[in-house]
Design a protein around this ligand. Structure first.
Ligand SMILES: Cc1cc2nc3c(=O)[nH]c(=O)nc-3n(C[C@H](O)[C@H](O)[C@H](O)COP(=O)(O)OP(=O)(O)OC[C@H]3O[C@@H](n4cnc5c(N)ncnc54)[C@H](O)[C@@H]3O)c2cc1C
Ligand code: FES
Length: 286
């Protein structure tokens, strides 16, 4: 039997690559960590992405959806995701077991301009599931520590049990090459010894910022942007150095279907990372 695929299938940009679930564990009640390896080892090792990019993940019979890559391209071979159970595809992903196959295509989107960020101070502000794309750029900067100035992390969650990657970030507080500040809105555990209050209550703790030399990276729930952006503008960080990653409903991920379009901008191609300057000049971006 001839098993050679027709040319149209070989070049089909929507054809997913089979990928195997290597490890999963729960990060919170409704968010799960997935470690995935592309089944073809050569393709797994040659897969390259920029922090902040996303892939389309598919489950047979359920469909596909976009998810940010949470791992850093500086550690190739395995891809990591944190995924909230919210609908059809994510329900199916939560039923999947280690060693099962999923489909994966990408990477897509622009990602963070890490080359422009070299020699700059990096201020990362994340809330809730915003940790998914920002963990990638944080780990990238830490793996390439000599390329960046100060690295500052502000991470907020509603409660300690809802802090995604809580143990990883708590252990990062021990590092002397990272200024790591964590906060929860409220503590129902009685064991939280860090800051209590919304993520913006961490800003007064920062040692003075050199705004012209700083890139601020933000991702979190929609309500967070309004207050965090106000703080960043008060610090005089230039609007084109304030970067945020935004979500829009996406179908194709490659600029064909128009589902993610805002003002003729396709967020799957020109985003999901936008500067505050972009946001001020586009309707309804946040
Ligand atoms: C670039 C990008 C990166 C992302 N990264 C992550 C990530 O790292 N982790 C993560 O957990 N999620 C991430 N998301 C979000 C994720 O892709 C969506 O939540 C996706 O819809 C989940 O698919 P689903 O089939 O499970 O949910 P769906 O069945 O699509 O439902 C999700 C929610 O959307 C509502 N909904 C369904 N259809 C519509 C519609 N037409 N209009 C409005 N609302 C609708 C549903 O009621 C439900 O509340 C990302 C999205 C983008 C665009
Ligand atoms: S998701 Fe189809 S054009 Fe962007």
């Amino acid at each position: 039997m001839n098993t050679t695929k027709p040319q149209s299938i070989k070049t089909n940009p929507f054809l997913p690559e089979p990928a195997r679930i290597v490890r999963t564990y729960d990060l919170t009640d409704d968010v799960r960590f997935f470690q995935v390896r592309i089944a073809d080892m050569e393709k797994a090792l040659s897969f390259r992405n920029r922090p902040g990019q996303f892939v389309m993940i598919s489950v047979l019979g359920a469909g596909e959806a976009p998810f940010s890559i949470s791992s850093t391209p500086s550690r190739p071979g395995l891809l990591e995701f944190c995924i909230r159970k919210t609908g059809i595809v994510t329900d199916a992903l939560f039923r999947i077991k280690e060693n099962d196959l999923i489909g994966l295509r990408g990477p897509y989107g622009n990602g963070f301009p890490v080359d422009n960020m070299v020699d700059k101070d990096i201020l990362i502000v994340m809330g809730g599931l915003g940790a998914a794309p920002l963990r990638s750029v944080l780990l990238y900067c830490l793996d390439n520590r000599d390329q960046f100035g100060r690295i500052i992390l502000l991470h907020g969650a509603k409660r300690p049990a809802e802090m995604i990657f809580r143990d990883e970030f708590l252990s990062m507080k021990e590092r002397d090459d990272l200024e790591c500040y964590l906060s929860v809105d409220e503590d129902d555990s009685g064991q939280w010894t860090d800051n209590i209050g919304v993520v913006t209550t961490l800003f007064p703790k920062l040692e003075s910022i050199d705004p012209a030399n700083t890139y601020a990276l933000v991702c979190g729930p929609p309500i967070m942007y309004k207050f965090v952006l106000k703080e960043l503008v008060n610090l005089h960080i230039p609007k084109d150095q304030i970067l945020m990653t935004l979500e829009r409903r996406m179908k194709c991920g490659v600029g064909k279907c128009g589902h993610c379009a805002i003002d003729y901008i396709y967020t799957c191609l020109d985003g999901p990372v936008f500067t505050y300057w972009d946001v001020l000049h586009m309707r309804e971006l946040i």
